[in-house]
Design a protein around this ligand. Sequence first.
Ligand code: HEM
Length: 477
Amino acid sequence: MENLSLKKVTSAWIITILTLFVLAITFGITMRLNQGNDISISPVNFYSLMTVHGLTMIGIWSVAGMVAVNYLLARYVKVSVKLNTFSLIFTAIGIIMLWVAAFIGKFHAGWTFLYPLPFQIAWEKWATPMFLFSLVVMGTSWLVWSIGMILQILKKYSLKQTFAWQHFSKNPSVETPPLILITTVSLIGIIVCLLTAVLLLVLLFAEYYSSGSFVNDPLLMKNLTYFFGHTLANESLYLGLAALYELMPEVSGKPKLKTTWYVALGWNSTLVFVLTAFFHHLYMDFVQPLGFQMIGQFASYFASIPAATVTAFSVIMLVLRNRIEWSLTNILFFIGVVGWVIGGVGAVIDATVTNNVILHNTLWVPAHFHTYNAMGNVLFCLAFFNWAANEFTNNQDIFKNYKLTIKLLLIGGFGFVLMFYFGGAYSVPRRFAIYPSEFTYASYFAKFGALFALIYLIAILFIFYDILKKCIKTLSY
Ligand code: HEM
């Protein structure tokens, strides 16, 4: 069962993640204000902010899913508090190194640090290795922690059972809880991504320290970078869904969601397709073999369909067929599914080659991934944080106190991403610190984007304040 030390380390994670989230949102708002010509920061500072914002966000929300499943796994298997604490400490050290590299060293190659950018030194020389080592520190701790969780699961369930293959025949003797199935599928994906990151970093360090005698292949590096980055961001989202499967029926006063043959099929297919969908990032790299481009398009379709359809179907059935006891936890899960599906549709539109010719590297890209992150995965994890904070302190989740907060979250969150979609539809390029005057509406979209993001931030602060009080109380037990 969940013991006090697990509750304490989970509370420490929650406080760390939400504090970093608030800071990273303010960096995002600052970028939008600059793009809207409301403030003026230098291009170097803009891109340092963009690098820190992107990596911090991807990092904290990847690890937030791990925090959630790690806590919930304790219902089924033994979990390691030591590994959890180790990862917390190393994540904090990694984030500090990243921020020092970007804010003091002025490293600003973007969160994808696409080769050969990290070696085009336009910052302090030490900032490149500092940035790369920050990834080593964070990535290693997440890799070790993920492997640890998988090993604990395998102590209780056989490999076939973790994938729920026995559910393909009638009346399976052992039932695999959805939490175990989804966590296994996602953690395996995460482990593969992190191993790819190790290879990528080894190649980057080899070139950096070889004094010119070893040079990497840019196409290989781009494939490795997008395999790692794109897939990590997507797999993390599934960890949030694992928490949803485990908690949403419970907090709604309904029986647990069960693993059926179609749930098992959906998640097994997801494992394969998510690992191959990243090719859609390379449509404009015409030297990439054509077969990979085709895999990219079809895998993008297939990756979104099984898990999204099965989950959306399960959640709609839960909500439609029953009188739900609404609480902040299940409303956040519900809005999260809506945001995830809308963002997913935006992603599939962009992953279609004929559309990508127009939308590539426009604001459509941040539009769709901000939708399924800020209004999807973030809300799944916030739902878990809120549930956990109440559970740690024996508090009730009283929804009526949050009606205004939910309205602000909806208006702010969807308004903010809508401004990115408008930008994408008007071909406004992404990653521009200031927009050229030819893009007449771009700065207006940015101004309104900043305003909506501020409303979103206020909602997050309301939710954070309550969770913070409860987590601090848990730490003092
Ligand atoms: C209200 C909250 C947020 C605001 C105001 C915000 C704002 C921004 C802005 C202005 C950009 C630059 C867009 C461009 O011109 O290309 C950006 C990029 C990005 N954001 Fe956010 N964002 C928010 C939430 C999030 C969340 C929740 C995530 C992920 C979980 C995220 C991940 C990223 C990433 C990965 C990039 C790309 C950075 C790069 O290109 O190197 N953001 N964000």
